[in-house]
Design a binder for this molecule. Structure first.
Ligand code: AMP
Length: 407
C-alpha cells in the first residue's frame, strides 16, 4: 500500500519542518483524513480516541489557515475538558507552530485569573480553554470572539461527563455563526450528537470514524503488549469468552502449532489448523470445531479459507497481518448474519506501524488498550493524561477478571 506523507496533505513548508522535528515520519490515519478537511475549511465530526494523533489533525490546519500574520485577535478556540489536556494542546500548538508567528495561550481553572487576563489583553490568535474558566473571562469582557474563524471541541464526551454541557452551550451561543467547527469525541452518544448539532449550527459536517463503526457489528479491540507476553494475555482474555467459537490467526504454520500446543496445557478444546497437517487431521480439527468439541482454533490464513462456520464470537489477530486487506478478511469471519463479534488484535511494538496501515484502509482508528500486569515495555502512542473511561460495551464483556483495563 502506498505510504501517505505530510507533504501530500498540502501542508506549508514551515509546518512540515516543525512536524519533522517532532520526529513524525508519516501521518496517522486520523491525520490523513482530517487534515485535508481542516485545510478546506469544512466542518468535521470525528470519532477519535486520544493517542491517535488527533491534536495535530486539527492543530496543523488551524496553524496553516490562520497564518496570514498574527493580528492578535482570537481566531481559533479549542475547548477541552481538563487543564492537563489544555496544557498538552497548547504545547502541541507551540511545537507545530514553531515557525509560525501565531500566538497561543491556555485558559483553565484552578490557577489565578490575572496572568490569563494579561495574556488575553496582549493579544492571542489561538486560545485553548476549559469551558468554566473561559466563561469567567468572557463574562468579564476579556475575550473578543467576534473574529473567530475556527472552533474545536476536543473530547466532547468527556466534557459532557464532567458536567460542562451548560457552559459549552452558553459559549457556543456567544460565538459568531460563520466559522469552521471541528468536533472530536471518543464516543458519539445521543448527548454528544446533540452537542455536535448545536456546535455545527445546522451545517453539514464531514464525519470520520463513525458510520463504519455501527455498520459491521464488530468491536475492534487493540491490545498493546510485548510479543513474549502475547500467549498469556490471550489465555487471560479467552477465560472471559464462555460461549461460542474463537478463531485465532497466526502468521506461520509453526506459530499456529506452537501456540495451540502451549494452550493445550491449560485447556483441551484447542486445535491448530494449518497446511502442514495431513488432510485427515485438518478435516478432524474442522469437524470438531463445528460440533463444538473444539472452541478455539489456531489457524493460518491459508488454512482458514475453507472454514465455513458460524457463531464465531471472536477473531484474534495473534500476529498483526502484513497486509491490511487480510485484517478485513479475517475480521469478516465474526459478526456474521447481523450478530455481533469481537476482533481482538495483540499488537507488539514492531507491529504498530502495520496497524496504522490497517486503520488507514478501514478509515477508522481504534483505542490502544493495555492489560494490567502485561504492560508493554514501550508504551503505545498514549494519552498523556489520566486514563479516559472506555465507552461501555454492549453485551458480553471480555474484560480480564481482576482489575480494570487501562489505556
Ligand atoms: P494525540 O492523539 O493528539 O494525543 O497524540 C498522541 C501522540 O502521538 C502524541 O504524543 C503525538 O506527539 C504523537 N503523534 C501525533 N502524530 C504523530 C505522527 N504522525 N507520527 C508519530 N507520532 C505522532
Amino acid at each position: 500500500m502506498q505510504k501517505m506523507s505530510f507533504e501530500a496533505l498540502g501542508l506549508k513548508p514551515e509546518l512540515l519542518r516543525a512536524v519533522a522535528e517532532q520526529g513524525y515520519t508519516e501521518p496517522t490515519p486520523i491525520q490523513v483524513q482530517a487534515i485535508p478537511i481542516g485545510l478546506d475549511g469544512r466542518d468535521l465530526v470525528g470519532s477519535a480516541q486520544t493517542g491517535t494523533g488527533k491534536t495535530a489533525a486539527f492543530m496543523l490546519p488551524i496553524l496553516q489557515r490562520l497564518d496570514n500574520g498574527n493580528n492578535g485577535t482570537l481566531r481559533a478556540l479549542v475547548l477541552v475538558p481538563t487543564r492537563e489536556l489544555a496544557e498538552q494542546v497548547l504545547q502541541s500548538a507551540n511545537a507545530y507552530g514553531r515557525y509560525s508567528p501565531l500566538r497561543a495561550t491556555a485558559i483553565y481553572g484552578g490557577v489565578p485569573m490575572d496572568p490569563q487576563t494579561r495574556a488575553l489583553a496582549r493579544g492571542v490568535d489561538i486560545v485553548v480553554a476549559t469551558p468554566g474558566r473561559l466563561l469567567d473571562h468572557m463574562g468579564r469582557g476579556h475575550v473578543d470572539s467576534t473574529k473567530l474563524e475556527v472552533l474545536v471541541l476536543d473530547e466532547a464526551d468527556r466534557m459532557l461527563d464532567m458536567g460542562f454541557a451548560p457552559d459549552v452551550h452558553r459559549i457556543l451561543d456567544t460565538l459568531p455563526a460563520k466559522k469552521q467547527t471541528l468536533f472530536f469525541s471518543a464516543t458519539i452518544s445521543w448527548e454528544v450528537d446533540r452537542l455536535a448539532r448545536h456546535a455545527l449550527d445546522g451545517h453539514v459536517a464531514v464525519e470520520i470514524g463513525r458510520r463504519a463503526a455501527a455498520a459491521d457489528g464488530v468491536e475492534h479491540i487493540l491490545v498493546a503488549v510485548d510479543r513474549v507476553q502475547k500467549r498469556d494475555v490471550l489465555a487471560r482474555m479467552l477465560q472471559e469468552v464462555t460461549q461460542g467459537r474463537t478463531l485465532v490467526f497466526t502468521r506461520t504454520k509453526h506459530g499456529a502449532d506452537k501456540l495451540a500446543r502451549h494452550m493445550r496445557h491449560e485447556r483441551k478444546d484447542v486445535s491448530a489448523l494449518h497446511g502442514g497437517m495431513t488432510q485427515s487431521a485438518r478435516n478432524r480439527a474442522l469437524e470438531r470445531f463445528k460440533n463444538g468439541k473444539i472452541r478455539v482454533l489456531v489457524a493460518t490464513d491459508v488454512a482458514s479459507r475453507g472454514i465455513d462456520v458460524d457463531n464465531i464470537v471472536m477473531v484474534v489477530n495473534y500476529d498483526v497481518p502484513q497486509d491490511p486487506e487480510v485484517y478485513v478478511h479475517r475480521v469478516g469471519r465474526t459478526a456474521r448474519a447481523g450478530a455481533s463479534g469481537v476482533a481482538l488484535t495483540l499488537m507488539s511494538p514492531d507491529e504498530w506501524l502495520m496497524m496504522w496501515e490497517i486503520e488507514k484502509l478501514m478509515g477508522r482508528t481504534f483505542p490502544r488498550e493495555i492489560v494490567p500486569g502485561f504492560e508493554p515495555s514501550v508504551p503505545p502512542l498514549q494519552p498523556r493524561e489520566q486514563p479516559v473511561e472506555r465507552p461501555k460495551r454492549q453485551g458480553r464483556s471480555i474484560r480480564p477478571r481482576r482489575g480494570g483495563r487501562r489505556r
